[in-house]
Design a protein around this ligand. Sequence first.
Ligand code: FAD
Length: 507
Amino acid sequence: MSLLFLTFGCVPAPGTPDSGGLVGDSADLVDSADTGTGSLPDSTPLAEVDVVVIGTGAGGLGAAWAAREAGASVLVIERDERPGGASNNAGNYWAAGTPEQAAAGIVDSPEAALAEWATFTEGEATDPSVVAFVEASAGVVAWLQSVGVGFRLGDNVPADTGSVPRMHMLISGADPPPIQLAALLADHILYQTTATGLLLDGAGVAGLWVTTAEGAEAWVHAGATVVATGGFARNDAMVLSAVPALDTQAVWYEAWPGMDGNGLTLAAAADAGTQNLDHLGLYSHAVEDARVGQPEVMVVGALETALVVDAAGRRVADERLFGSVAMGRRFLTEGPFYAIFDDDLWAATRIQGRGFNYEGAPDDLELLGPEYAEKHGAAEGGDADALAAALGIDGAGLAATLERYNTDAASGLDAQFGKPTPTLAPLADAPFHGLPLVLGRAKSFGGLQTDEEGAVLDSSGAVIPGLYAAGEVCGFLGTPAIGYGLNGSVTSAWWSGLRAGAAAAAN
Ligand SMILES: Cc1cc2nc3c(=O)[nH]c(=O)nc-3n(C[C@H](O)[C@H](O)[C@H](O)COP(=O)(O)OP(=O)(O)OC[C@H]3O[C@@H](n4cnc5c(N)ncnc54)[C@H](O)[C@@H]3O)c2cc1C
């Protein structure tokens, strides 16, 4: 099938003059005689391309880039006014074997990361998609650098990343990578255009239905369609169906509002199979939004320097682990958990909103502990018993835990969980402060099932001709071998986009 780009060489961004003319007249079609239009709509398509991509997050833009590089005609549709989706919020990129690591004296390689993959993801390191991603991760960072994105290596080792620093952090001040990539792909992107259904043509997918910025229903004819619509952590029905145990938990969102899982619904019409849906990214490193009544979270900065206990007042883990999805899962059976601060630590604790829920640059996006208490309230007590009473947890348990923690901190040795200094420091300055942690629904490490090229498989495991997936909609890698996922998984969203785009172009 030879599909040709309809003549809208330049698609104006919303708000710019003359965003019309997207539907070229038939004279613009050089050749559509071989497209097998038997079951296709009679109307003129909005566009006719080799590859149509849904979404301008990391997955979608990666796919568009690779498809264009392969010489395909590409159209990306994005329902929002601006590009990037949740990907604009991702500042930490996982990669193994980068020049940044080498320059910092960190010995790492894809082989080393694969050797410990199962320990930090609970996934399967021999899976071809896992191997290909890990081997390509440094290349993804290098590719983003080559188009202008700046990174620096983080010196910490967050949970879910393995045993050496692998977190590559965006250099602040620049536009998020999707904004930069979207500028380079501007001629290919239609904003405020929403995919509403796949166009099924016999056994395969031949494009999709859209609602245009003007509210018109239209269709796009494409040789391959890449679904890159993001995750489903914001869709309560999908979340509860995947993880029924969440039914007993209060609803707290850490996910971007657009993570509504609509790509799963779109693909279901083609009988797409799913995998790993129950491996939801849940985190217990946050507290209620200070704006009372909002179901959003605010993340507690440097939670690893606090003491975290359960309702019996017992410490449950090295506090550094609370940045991991493993502790989110433990919250379901062992929670709720409570963060305890002494007065000094409380005064310096930064509690941060996620950003996308706030208009402009509000002064309540980041609050110090006392500011949070003023806006929202927080438990306070002159000693462990009083604080426990204010929190509604066991006082004797908290007193014993605090005493033991402070003894260990004074000796510099955490005999219980091995937390190192300086994160292990005495909490002795009364009054004490406490906050219940909440369980944030952040992202999804399951979704559409794909093959090693990013082609979507149907419920019987067969390839659905013409349909590909990338990013969170396929749980990042399209395979349950991602386990419970990794911190910095946005790298795999870009990677699976590049993979799907290349395969779609070759379709
Ligand atoms: C506050 C925050 C911080 C985060 N920090 C990190 C981090 O540091 N590191 C990390 O690895 N991950 C982080 N994540 C998670 C990460 O951002 C996501 O996992 C990743 O961006 C998913 O990329 P994606 O391309 O799959 O989806 P998205 O980036 O969400 O892109 C999907 C796009 O598809 C569009 N779309 C959806 N449906 C349609 C439709 N029907 N028609 C047209 N367009 C549609 C959406 O508007 C969106 O633009 C963070 C998430 C949040 C919310």
